[in-house]
Design a protein around this ligand. Structure first.
Ligand code: PLP
Length: 421
């Protein structure tokens, strides 16, 4: 089928949950995707932070081939070789003690929420005063299933499905006073992303994060950090909370965890793990032999190839180039992020859409989140030359935009010069 035929068929056959770009991908290599005409696209989104090693990486392809000839699925009723091996790697790198394997981000987050409620119940049974309420943050995103959606801020994700899970209150982002005002012994867990992803690539301040940790400690409530987007090396450390020196009680990982194969995990301390017994929680597919084998290969490759350092270094270079671009274009009002989780915030939502479309025309994939935030989540194998290509394209697009809109002037007389990478 051709793109147009596929589009027509999907329009008839699928629930209209996605607003897809008119492009059909059939192949990929390294940081590039290829469409059905074999045209290459530079991918700075990597399947929304999933394809950490890019496309067709030998470590992933060979592991899938090898493992699929052995076992793809058994059941969590039996042992296989992957879960303990992977759990050892994950506990070492997160500083947590125990692992629950799920399939997706939202499912890992549901596990984390259930841990918090079960742990609160255990503490009450031990005579502690602790409630059932969750404090989540404004602009948070934790997923689309009922519990996750209930802790996700945007009303458009929750309201059509009301009533959502009760006992969730939202705290203003990075507002310590609001957090203190809303925190009490009614709270069983404070829920944060160290760097909000969908919310616009917004890092917590150190003070807010430290306050959340201290408040949770004051009552025995849990601090739960969602690392589904920022974790597993994207920021140059295994978890984004490690940039702050703050250790959560529970964390979740998913997107890049198995390099494109669905896998999510919730990790917790030994103390919290006391709340869970056989039969209380589970999954059919979670932590299957194939997904675990690939996740082990991804972690070992990140280490063997020095990709944490690469994400940090190329990320710094990328951020510097974005700042230089912001100095030339008034339309960019902020640049932020850590490692290869980066954003350039624009002064209008219309421009955000336009830049994504114009970049696609130039065969570069980026995304716009929170209406005005250009988001970059490239594979960890990105090189400086790829950054230069992207910056040149953005420069050209913003220069054309400035020329067309006299109110958005350029900041310097040289802004009209376009550097072709
Ligand atoms: C994507 C994401 C989720 C949900 O993951 P899914 O695999 O789409 O269910 C949850 N939390 C964060 C921070 C995310 O970025």
């Amino acid at each position: 089928m051709k793109v147009d035929e596929i589009r027509a068929a999907e329009t008839r056959l699928l629930l209209s949950t996605y607003d897809r770009s008119p492009v059909l991908f059939v192949d990929g290599e390294g940081v590039y995707l290829k469409d059905e005409k074999s045209e290459k696209y530079l991918d700075l989104l990597s399947g929304i932070g999933v394809n950490a090693l890019g496309y067709n990486h030998p470590a992933i392809v060979d592991t899938i081939a090898h493992q699929s000839r052995k076992l793809i699925h058994i059941s969590n009723l039996y042992y296989h070789e992957g879960q303990a091996e992977l759990a050892m790697r994950l506990t070492e790198r997160t500083g947590l003690d125990r692992v629950f394997f799920a399939n997706t981000g939202t499912e890992a987050w549901e596990g984390a929420l259930k841990l918090a409620r079960a742990y609160g119940g255990l503490k009450r049974s031990e005579g502690k005063e602790i409630g059932t309420k969750f404090l989540a943050l404004e602009q948070s995103f934790h997923g689309r299933t009922f519990g996750s959606m209930s802790t996700t801020y945007k009303a458009k994700y929750r309201e059509p499905f009301a009533p959502v899970m009760p006992d969730v209150e939202f705290v203003r982002f990075n507002d310590e006073a609001d957090l203190r005002a809303k925190f009490s012994s009614d709270v069983c867990a404070i829920l944060v992303e160290a760097i909000q992803g969908e919310g616009g690539v917004r890092p917590l301040t150190s003070d807010f994060f430290a306050t959340a940790r201290a408040l949770a400690d004051s009552t025995g409530a849990l601090l739960i950090v969602d690392e589904i987007q920022a974790g597993m090396g994207r920021t140059g450390k295994w978890c984004a909370y490690q940039h702050y020196g703050i250790q959560p009680d529970v964390t979740t990982l998913a997107k890049p965890l198995a390099g494109g194969i669905p896998l999510g995990v919730a990790l917790c301390t030994e103390e919290v793990a006391r709340a869970i017994h056989a039969g209380m929680h589970g999954t059919t597919f979670g932590g299957g032999p194939l997904a675990c084998a690939v996740a082990i290969a991804v972690i070992d490759t990140i280490e063997k190839d020095g990709l944490l350092e690469r994400a940090a270094n190329v990320g710094l270079y990328f951020q510097d180039q974005l700042r230089a671009l912001a100095a030339r274009h008034e339309a960019i009002v902020d640049v932020r992020g850590i490692g290869l989780m980066l954003a350039a915030e624009l002064d209008s939502a219309d421009l955000g859409k336009k830049v994504v479309t114009e970049m696609l025309k130039r065969h570069i994939l980026i995304n716009c989140t929170s209406d005005t935030v250009l988001r970059f989540l490239p594979p960890y194998i990105l090189e400086k030359a790829h950054v230069d290509t992207a910056i040149a394209a953005l420069d050209e697009i913003l220069t054309e935009h400035a020329a067309a809109h006299s109110t958005h002037g350029s900041k310097s007389p040289t802004a009209g010069e376009v550097h072709h990478g």
